[in-house]
Structure formats: C-alpha cells, structure tokens
Design a protein around this ligand. Structure first.
Ligand code: ADE
Length: 232
C-alpha cells in the first residue's frame, strides 16, 4: 500500500484530481491512500499566518518554516517516510524512469510550495527529493503534486486493469507509444492498417514496435539518442 501525505495551503485544489477515475478507483481498491494536510491548521498564530516577508527584502511572500516543520514532524511521529518531496520549478525534472523508481516507495510526503517558495531551511532540514514537472512556473505546487502522484499511482500493481498497459506507455523504453485504432475499421475512407485486423499477434507486435520507433524518430529523436547513450 502506498500512502501520500500532501501538505498544501490550497487543499481544495487537490480534492478534484483524486476523486475521479483511476486515482479514485486505486483508493477504493485499498491500493493507495491520499491524505491532504492544510498548512493553515499549523499556522503560527490565530490569524492563520503561514507566510511572511523575505528577510533582505524583495517582492513575494515566503512560506515559513514553523508550520511546515510542525506538520512534517507530526506525520513523521506516526510512521516512517521513504521520501519527503518538495515540488519546485528548480527541482529535478520528472520523467518516466524517475516515476518508475518513486512508484516503489510506500510512505511519501509531498510538500507544495506557494508564493516565492519555502524558507530554505525547510529544504535543508526535511526535504529528500526536489522535483519539477517542467521548465515553467506554476502559481503553486498543487497541480505539480497532482501530476506527480498520478504518474506514480498508475504504476502501482493492480491500479490499472490491464497491468501490461503501463509497460506499453510512451517513454517506457524511451519510445513513444505506437498509434492505436478502434471501430469502425473504415471512417470516411480512412481505414485501419490491415495488419491490425489480421489476428496475427506476433506480426501485430512487430508492426507496433516498428511504428513506435518511426514515431519516436519523427517526433522525439532525442529519446533515441538517449537509448544509444545508455547502450554505448
Ligand atoms: N511549482 C511551481 N512551478 C512548478 C513546477 N514547474 N514544477 C513543480 N512545482 C512547481
């Protein structure tokens, strides 16, 4: 069982993503638990303060260390955690190999940043992984946390109905996924490739691999270069 404890000052931004479809089913099946923790409950005063001006001046507020430390310590007193992840644009960029590795962890805390980020001492004292979902800046870490959690949860055995389907995703083996088709076999003169209707499974697999390589060459040649590097 994988448990995610997500610390955020905007918990409402995260209630939606985990309440539907695959992520909801994973929780209903007892394969995953997602717990949202509202940072404001750990505020330093009765005004609900969790952020303050940056020492040294400059625009933007900084999430203070005290509420975050209190929340993380409270969680860590209840169970041990394999990772305390901070979502931040200056983290390591998430990719499929990283998602594969992180999906093996059991207890994970995810801290969502906001405003100008968190007091550096939070990162120094508590954070084990700093992760970005891409080279652009979001207004907070919540959507990034949802992306990360989704990419991990779907890899947990039993979450997807057809377990082999995660293995044939794009980026597994550094290849994009091949094209897929469904009924009708002909739509306005555009027909499905004959091989897919042949019932010849080995030939279909060969065709899919060939198409995956062609698509990757055309759209993401950088991925093939990476494959070459790792086998050199
Ligand atoms: N917070 C703001 N922007 C982000 C990004 N690109 N990745 C992760 N967390 C973020």
């Amino acid at each position: 069982m994988t448990r995610f404890d997500i610390i955020t000052c905007q918990p409402h931004l995260l209630t939606g993503p985990f309440d539907h479809s695959i992520l909801k089913r994973a929780q209903d099946k007892g394969l995953v638990e997602v717990h949202l923790h509202d940072l404001r409950k750990y505020a330093i005063n009765k005004h609900g303060q969790i952020d303050d001006y940056a020492f040294g001046g400059g625009a933007g507020m900084v999430l203070m260390i005290e509420p975050i430390a209190k929340c993380i310590r409270e969680l860590q007193a209840q169970r041990s955690y394999d990772a305390v992840i901070y979502m931040t644009p200056d983290g390591q960029t998430l990719n499929q190999p990283m998602a594969n590795r992180l999906s093996l962890l059991e207890n994970v805390i995810i801290l969502c940043g906001h405003y100008k980020g968190v007091d550096q001492r939070v990162r120094d004292m508590f954070i084990t992984h700093e992760i970005s979902i891409g080279d652009y800046v979001l207004s907070g870490g919540e959507l990034a946390a949802a992306v990360l959690a989704d990419s991990l949860i779907r890899l947990i055995p039993g979450v997807l109905n057809d377990e082999s389907s995660a293995l044939s995703d794009s980026f597994q083996d550094n290849l994009l996924a091949p094209p897929v088709y469904s009924r009708p076999a002909d739509f306005e003169g555009r027909s499905v490739p004959d091989i897919l209707l042949s019932g010849n499974t080995p030939k279909v697999e060969e065709w899919r691999f060939d198409q995956a390589v062609k698509r990757t060459k055309r759209l993401r040649p950088d991925l093939l270069a990476e494959n070459k590097k790792s086998t050199d």
